[in-house]
Design a protein around this ligand. Structure first.
Ligand SMILES: [Mn+2]
Length: 333
């Protein structure tokens, strides 16, 4: 860690000396909890890719800044890179740790001023754990595993090997408690409490109320499944579910839509005002949803991206039919 130049000893001198900005999902929370173990006094807050450039604009006088599990949206890369190098040149040590594919015209080396840990194969939690393993106690590994499972990034050599060291059924159960509970939790204050408890070494099942909330989530999960089974329609290679009445379950519903119909891609569309919110999932290794969405949505006046097999997008409602046709055409190629 000294080699990385982090000034651990001075962290108490000024409040907010270390700031962690992370995603509010399971992987982001586990990443943040790992860093909270290293820097107990750090300030943690949650953000989203679309808010990243704004976050950077507001930051000043920080000693260490960690940006975790936050994708760089296409179109924002210039502002984000400028923001990072501005903060870095004021003396802040900036760490960018993420596993989302970078925009096509950006390389890791282009993120100037930051120490970057980036790998699209691994979860952010795994990347954080590996980067600071020497300073973490051995139990930190559980957080890395929960975060990896939460993001379906559990087939890396590190994770598969670690899972054989422990009882993997228990690890999966704990990860599932976290994931299912998070489907029910919107409140960032509550998420921060969970992160804090995890950082202190509690297992998800030991965080007050989390198991109960997870079971509520699980019950709703099966309602979502039933809803998809009833209302899914197929258009070309797409299994489509519209206006899902279960907020927070779009990704899961997209997975079920593809599974139930056998279509290559599952897609959930929620129309709100003049906007269509889309969640897509595929299990095909030959389809790169991140790439397809980045390509297609821009020409339609929207934006989108994510991972190869899990991605989301926003487009104007009136472009929806055109979008579906384009997507089908691209999948055919
Ligand atoms: Mn992630």
């Amino acid at each position: 860690m000294e080699a990385l130049g982090i000034q651990v000893k001075e962290r108490n001198r000024e409040e907010g000396a270390t700031i962690v900005i992370t995603h509010g999902d399971g992987d982001g929370i586990c990443s943040g909890a790992l860093l909270k173990r290293l820097f107990p006094d750090c300030l943690v807050r949650f953000s989203r890719p679309k808010d990243l450039k704004g976050e950077l604009r507001r930051l000043e006088g920080v000693q260490n800044l960690f940006l975790c599990d936050l994708a760089i949206n296409e179109g924002d890369e210039q502002a984000i890179i400028e923001g990072i190098s501005r903060i870095a040149s004021s003396g802040t040590k900036v760490f960018f740790i993420d596993h989302h594919p970078l925009p096509p015209n950006l390389r890791v080396e282009g993120i100037l001023g930051a120490t970057v840990f980036h790998d699209v194969e691994a979860s952010t939690s795994e990347l954080v754990y590996k980067a600071f393993k020497d300073r973490l106690d051995p139990e930190g590994v559980f957080l890395a595993l929960y975060g990896a499972i939460a993001d379906y990034a559990d087939n890396t050599p590190f994770v598969t090997s670690e899972l054989t060291r422990w009882d993997k059924r228990i690890i999966y159960m704990e990860a599932a408690i976290l994931v299912e509970a998070l489907t029910q939790i919107r409140d960032p204050e509550y998420k921060l409490i969970i992160l804090e408890e995890l950082a202190q070494g509690k297992k998800p099942s030991e965080v007050p109320n989390l198991s109960f909330t997870a079971l509520e989530g699980l019950r709703k999960e099966y309602q979502v499944y039933e809803y998809v089974r009833k209302y899914v329609t197929v258009k070309g290679d797409l299994a489509i579910v519209s206006q899902l009445p279960f907020p927070g379950y779009s990704g899961k519903a997209a997975t079920y839509a593809a599974a139930i119909t056998g279509a290559k891609v599952g897609l959930v569309v929620n129309l709100r005002n003049d906007r269509a919110d889309l969640s897509l999932r595929t299990r095909s290794l030959f389809i790169d949803l991140n790439d397809l969405l980045r390509k297609i949505t821009r020409s339609l006046g929207g934006h989108g991206g994510g991972h190869h097999q899990a991605a989301s997008a926003q487009i104007p409602s009136e472009s929806l039919e055109g979008f579906l046709d384009l997507l089908n055409a691209f999948i055919k190629k």
